[in-house]
Design a protein around this ligand. Structure first.
Ligand code: WT7
Length: 655
């Protein structure tokens, strides 16, 4: 790769051999991007043919961002079945090709190769099992599974019969699981006895038993035996996956679904209140996931593609299951973690399965960087052609290490910016078309019209080089359709602050080349190891503890996690702070939400900085947490400015 240097740092234009074989080169990008925004109906009308439709659409787009009438519909009179698109249509040409390579947690256990034909059989049987258990079209099924093929079977079996899945990440607590089961009124939960990860086991069935104590009595539970570990059994409620699958019929008719029928719900954190159920569609979502998977990763027939995410997050939905399988790809599904049994695991798996495209998160790269180049160099990575990152801004040090040590300077890096809400990549380099810069997500995908707004006035900043908040001016097929059961919240969250635009919640900078640099969230959402966390959720978990009077939670820079969770806690009168209590609170939050929400730092706060109207001034708390208290700005509006000095004196982050 040849490097040019500009004022803003190095630029890596696409290598000639990469551009030559890529689906999209620079000219194609320019032309197609122009077409996609000039005439979206024509552009997407054509792209929509990537899918097999039962009844073809006659309308492409019917979307409105106007507050009070937000409505997003794509291909609205078309019908299709998502599972049919991900499986059946491939059977004739690639029935014996591997669809899923499953790599277990323990490298001593064998990997599994599941062909499209086997996938078809498993999914058809499971669809029949779901029906036997009373699941009908439109019903909700919660999936709470380890990273095992059964998770993909369950997603696709739902799609086959038109049920709506809602996956709950296996790292979430019983309370969080229960809230999600109730939130979407699920009829069935599918779980496993235990989830092995990094040599340890999480008791998923036990967690599910606890969650179900707070749910309707008629919610059924289907249990996959992953480890064979002991579980308790409730007759009439719990069913054994293996037993029912053994009896199930191999044939299942794929339901004819409308393009706008929901495919899944996925809960995600916001700046206020409880997580919201993001609803994605069948037609537009699948098309967008498939197209971005093929183009961003430059996927070609026969490639082996690996996304290290968990199916509990949107990345796993779009880029382990739906996008790759719609494209007839071979997708790797990994049950383990990057650093167990050692820090070479990712590279060992890449070498073992001859992975061509590798997609991971900056937090994983930073964690592995800490172990140096040796664990990478032990393995043959010559099959790698492309590297991807997602989840948070990638710092240039991590980008450079990824590029040099993992990619040996010959694999383009795609830094893909998107969100649970967007269904797929919105801003990303295309490997054969875009010059990359460490830390920039670069250019919009086809049909995506980013705008940078002045955060205060909401005015569109028209100049090329600007900084502000990132919004999107018009719809794309993968856009979320609503918040489950609360369309009003959907409008309020995304369309009210800057009317007429979809507001992302991210800040961004556009440079002289028109490249976008995401600067992070501008709301009270923090990004911990690429996982999105509402500070309000952690606060409400903390104040639910009997000894806590008040809590304020902010993010602070963390070397590996990107952001860490910093909690200011005011204790009830008469309660003494102690190390034990710190541990207890940390444990408490893990129990309430899950290990991913575990506080990194807890500072005892006799008082919190509040305005005279009682509003906590988070700006100040953020500065103290960042160890940047020299620039606190105006504190004169505080009810009691002296609390600030106390907090600075006892700050927990002095790094
Ligand atoms: C938030 C969305 C989309 C899959 C994973 C996270 C941040 C995501 C990037 C990137 C800078 C990024 C944003 C965004 N983010 N990708 N390439 N560069 N920031 O999905 O949990 O919905 O979080 O993650 O802040 O808003 P999510």
């Amino acid at each position: 790769m040849n490097t040019q240097t500009r004022l803003s740092g190095p630029v890596y234009p696409p290598a000639q051999e990469v551009a030559a074989r890529a689906h999209i080169d620079a000219q194609a990008y320019e032309r197609m991007y122009r077409d996609s925004v000039a005439d979206p109906d024509a552009f997407w009308g054509e792209e929509g043919r990537r899918l097999d439709w039962i009844k073809p659409y006659s309308t492409v787009r019917n979307t409105d961002f106007a507050l009070g009438g937000v409505s997003i519909k794509w291909f609205e009179d078309g019908t299709l079945n998502v599972a049919q698109n991900c499986i059946d249509r491939h059977l004739e040409t690639r029935g014996e090709q591997t669809a899923i390579i499953w790599e277990p947690d323990d490298p001593a256990d064998p990997a599994r190769h599941i062909t499209y034909r086997e996938l078809h059989r498993e999914v058809s049987r499971l669809a029949n099992v779901f029906e036997t258990l009373g699941v009908r079209r439109g019903d909700r099924v919660v999936i709470y599974l380890p990273m095992i093929p059964e998770a993909a079977y369950a997603m696709l079996a739902c799609a086959r019969i038109g049920a709506i899945h809602s996956i709950v990440f296996a790292g979430f607590s019983p309370d969080a699981l229960g809230a999600r089961i109730n939130g979407c009124d699920a009829k069935l939960v599918i779980t496993a006895d235990e989830a092995p990860r990094g040599g340890r086991k999480t008791a998923l069935k036990t967690n599910t038993d606890q969650a179900l104590l707070h749910c309707d009595d008629d919610v059924k539970c289907l249990v996959v035996r992953r480890t064979g570990g002991q579980t308790t059994w409730v007759e009439g409620r719990d069913f054994d996956y293996g037993e029912l699958m053994a009896e199930a019929d191999d044939h299942s008719e794929a339901a004819e679904m409308n393009a706008e029928d929901p495919l899944f719900i996925l809960y995600t954190s916001g700046s206020t209140g409880q997580p919201k159920g993001v609803v994605h569609s069948s037609g537009g979502y699948l098309l967008y996931a498939a197209m971005t998977h093929q183009i961003t990763f430059d996927y070609h027939e026969g490639d082996v593609y690996w996304c290290t995410a968990d199916v509990g997050w949107v990345t796993g939905h779009s880029y382990i299951v739906y996008g790759p399988l719609a494209n007839g790809a071979t997708t790797v599904m990994f049950e383990g973690v990057p650093t167990w049994p050692d820090a070479g695991r990712f590279w060992e798996v890449c070498a073992k399965h001859k992975v061509n495209q590798f997609y991971t998160a900056p937090t994983a790269i930073r964690a592995l960087m800490g172990h140096g180049a040796a664990p990478v160099e032990k393995h043959d990575l010559s099959a790698l052609r492309l590297l991807g990152t997602v989840g948070e801004p990638i710092n240039p040090e991590a980008w450079n290490w990824y590029n040099e040590v993992v990619g040996k300077g010959r694999c383009p890096i795609v830094d893909t910016w998107w969100q649970t809400e967007t269904g797929g990549h919105l801003i990303t380099p295309l490997p054969g078309a875009t010059a990359t810069k460490p830390g920039s997500a670069t250019k919009p995908f086809f049909g995506v019209q980013p705008v940078v707004l002045d955060p205060q006035s909401g005015a569109v900043l028209e100049a090329t080089e600007v900084e502000g908040v990132l919004a999107i001016a018009d719809s794309w097929p993968g856009q979320m359709r609503t918040v489950w059961g609360d369309h009003e919240r959907f409008e309020q969250t995304y369309f009210s602050q800057y009317p007429g635009y979809y507001f992302s919640g991210d800040g961004c900078r556009r440079d002289a080349d028109g490249d976008y640099w995401i600067t992070g969230r501008v709301d009270d959402v923090i990004n911990v190891s690429g996982h999105r966390m509402g500070t309000a959720e952690v606060e409400s978990a903390l104040v639910a503890h009997a000894k806590v009077a008040e809590a304020a939670v902010v993010g602070y820079p963390h070397e590996v996690k990107g952001q860490g969770i910093y909690c200011y806690v005011t204790l009830m009168n008469g309660i003494e702070p102690s190390e034990e209590l710190r541990k207890e609170l940390r444990q408490w939050v893990r129990q309430e939400i899950g290990p991913i929400a575990s506080p990194d730092l807890i500072q005892w706060a006799p008082g919190l900085p509040k305005t005279r109207s009682g509003k906590i001034m988070r700006r100040i708390l953020r500065k103290i947490a960042e160890n940047d208290h020299g620039s606190l700005g105006d504190t004169s509006t505080l009810a009691d400015p002296s609390v600030v000095d106390e907090l600075i004196d006892n700050r927990m982050n002095r790094g």
